[in-house]
Design a binder for this molecule. Structure first.
Ligand code: ACO
Length: 431
């Protein structure tokens, strides 16, 4: 733990306590509030964890005012432009970018581990054909814990790393097979000549009938999207993984918990929800009426892909995604994409509206990712699973960091507002 740089004094009644203020490398200072409960018997109340630093981490940094996102210190723009997803996965896991030999070795390990135990095929048959691929992903990743339980010794460094590599390597296969299953198509096995993202495309779209023609533009775009989604500090799903992991549970079970948290429309499910929203708006003329509905709190409708707990300015990933969207459409020769034009008009109108300006609501990564996914031919039910494939790298890096740090069970307290102490009465005497 970093040394305190100053302190703040808190007084409750006649008692006072000095709370240390700790400085990170970047970002706001934090107050260590441990002594609040031990010295004053007080708890810290912060619903939604708006002002809570839940852990110390060296992996990802966000400055929401300056639109800054760093993985291990490297700006997301540089990584998205110049790195491969495999390099980024290595960086998140190992703290440094790989050299040529380390990269070759890591890529080979990922390829070797990308096959699933043959018995895992049986799991898919248990799901309905119309199951959402996220449901299949959540269940099947959790089921990996049944295959690698005794083999995982979380107190052993090599075992932790092997679990991390297994997860990163196998999750694209599970996601692609979840899609194939819902389509009633043959499962395709990963091929060693393909990169991580190429294999993802191959397993989703190839068939045994004919050779698969890889489109390098599409593969590079997918690789970039995976980089943009790889980690995002202590978001809801990552915090879920850390919370589950803090009990010492099997890492695959913890990742399954993270997948469940990601699925919701307020988090990773937003990319699919954005497309549904754009489809329902349909035409530019309908935007003003839709915006009015969003502003009406009784409607329960939100502008999906807008707003973020940390970014109070542009989400840097949304900017990259928007540019990538134009690049990909150009490279694919798509000159007119009505959905993108509708999204850009919606963004323009929202950014000029006082409701969004006052609340500092800007497009987040999900606003454009669905459009680019659709242009790349990815079905909308696979948007969130692909987010999960990317984020698995961040989740397992955060899990490893937690286990390798001062692991203590994450156990929040509460502000209790229920009934005071009362006593049981027999049913015959109750009104
Ligand atoms: N549309 C309309 N109003 C919104 C939106 C939105 N998308 N987002 C926030 N607001 C409003 C809220 O109603 C609230 O208004 P009020 O102060 O008048 O009550 C104010 O802005 C603050 O919103 P909160 O819900 O308190 O913000 P919070 O930080 O809790 O939520 C969240 C962040 C969940 C991302 C929210 O902005 C949202 O629901 N956005 C739409 C879903 C979405 O795009 N999620 C993806 C997030 S990025 C990711 O997970 C990869």
């Amino acid at each position: 733990m970093t040394k305190p740089v100053s302190s703040v004094s808190v007084t409750a009644g006649d008692e006072s306590v000095s709370l240390p203020i700790i400085k990170g490398t970047m970002g706001p200072d934090v107050i260590d509030i441990h002594a609040l409960s031990s010295a004053l018997g007080l708890l810290n109340y912060d619903p939604g964890f708006v002002g809570t630093a839940s852990c110390e981490s060296k992996i990802t940094f966000i400055d929401g005012e300056k639109s800054l996102l760093l993985y291990r210190g490297y700006p997301i723009e540089e990584l998205a432009e110049r790195a491969t997803f495999t390099e980024v996965a290595y960086l998140l896991l190992n703290e440094e970018l790989p050299n040529v030999e380390q990269y070759r070795h890591f890529s080979q390990l990922l390829k070797k581990q990308s096959l699933l135990h043959e018995q895992i095929r049986n799991f898919f048959n248990g799901f309905r054909r119309d199951a959402h691929p996220m449901a299949i992903l959540c269940g099947t990743v959790g089921a990996l814990s049944a295959f690698y339980h005794e083999a995982v010794d979380i107190s052993n460094e090599a075992s932790r790393m092997l679990s991390a590599i297994r997860l990163i390597a196998k999750i694209p296969t599970i996601a692609a097979w979840a899609y194939k299953y819902t389509q009633g198509e043959t499962f395709m096995y990963p091929r060693s000549e393909y990169s991580y993202s190429e294999n993802l495309l191959y397993m989703m779209f190839a068939t045994p009938m004919e050779p698969y023609v890889m489109n390098p533009v599409v593969a590079r775009a997918i690789d970039r999207i995976l980089i943009l989604h790889a980690d995002h500090e202590q978001n809801a799903s990552t915090s879920t993984v850390r919370l589950a992991g803090s009990t010492g549970a099997n890492p695959f079970a913890c990742i399954s918990a993270g997948i469940a948290a990601l699925w919701g429309p307020a988090h990773g499910g937003a990319n699919e929800a954005v497309l549904k929203m754009l489809d329902s708006i349909g035409r530019k003329e309908n935007i003003p009426a839709f915006i009015e509905k969003v502003k009406d709190k009784n409607s329960g409708i939100r502008l999906m892909g807008f707003g973020h707990r940390v970014y109070k300015n542009f989400d840097p990933r949304a900017k990259i995604m928007q540019n990538a969207c134009h690049d990909v459409l150009n490279e694919l020769g798509i000159t007119h994409e009505p959905l993108l034009e509708l999204a850009m008009e919606l963004e323009k109108i929202a950014l000029e509206d006082p409701y969004f300006i006052e609340r500092k609501l800007y497009p987040n990564v999900d606003f454009y990712s669905g459009i680019i996914f659709r242009a790349l031919g990815i079905p909308s039910s696979m948007f969130t699973p692909l987010f999960a494939v990317a984020r698995a790298t961040g989740w397992i890096s955060q899990w490893k960091e937690m286990i390798e740090g001062t692991q203590r069970i994450n156990r929040p307290r509460q502000l209790y507002t229920g009934a005071s102490l009362r006593h049981f009465t027999p049913i015959s005497t109750r009104d």
